[in-house]
Unconditional design. Sequence first.
Length: 256
Amino acid sequence: MRKKAPDTARKRVRAPTAAATAGSRAGLARDHLVEAALDLLQEAGLDALSTRRLADRLGVKSPALYWHVHDKDELLGLVADAICARMALPAASLSFRQRLEAIAGEYRRVLIAHRDAARLFAEQAPTGPHRIKLYDAAVGAFLDSGFAPPEAVAMATFYRNYLLGMIAEETRQAWPTRPETLRPTVALGIELSQLGDNARDYPNLQGTAGLLADIDPAELFRIGLKVLLDGMECRLGEIAHPARAKSAGSREKRKP
């Protein structure tokens, strides 16, 4: 009789320690753990979110946490998904542009409200029921508008990366690691204003110090999103009228 090969793909389940069992019996529920982790993230930031500090906050020993999560990475995934649960998804009846504008607005609203959330979203894979639902909504907007599946997934990923990049920059300014941290554009404006005669080395930036200082992150996000969606709608036009797009491309090539 042939022996059955071991199932190497199955994760080994770690038996809970006595301390973990005690933590569970004390009423430590996963939802309670995630809420406490969210509070710690808001107060101290992502780098300070450790299982040791979380256990101290909950009044249990660190092993008690492992009754509910395998490791810190799983904990961070749960925190990211809990943050994502606070986003409202747009109705499928809205237009392509309206759906993506609504998702972008919710992304920005929720991630700005939670310290280091944009960084957390960028570092953690978009797994968990709420994050997958959000990704599904974005892909659905592209599919329903006429994009083929491969391009719909690529466009949704590009769109997500734009949102995370812009929001991450804005939240770094909203939650600075040092109180004296200036917005990058403000810091550049100050540097330019102090160059004196050396400012002539940067002719295109002369007189822009005030403009850089006045850049509003919310307006910058709106402008960038408009440019992005304008380009995506142009791509939709190419899909709907491929012959016209090909003809336009040929004319561009013939230009001297």
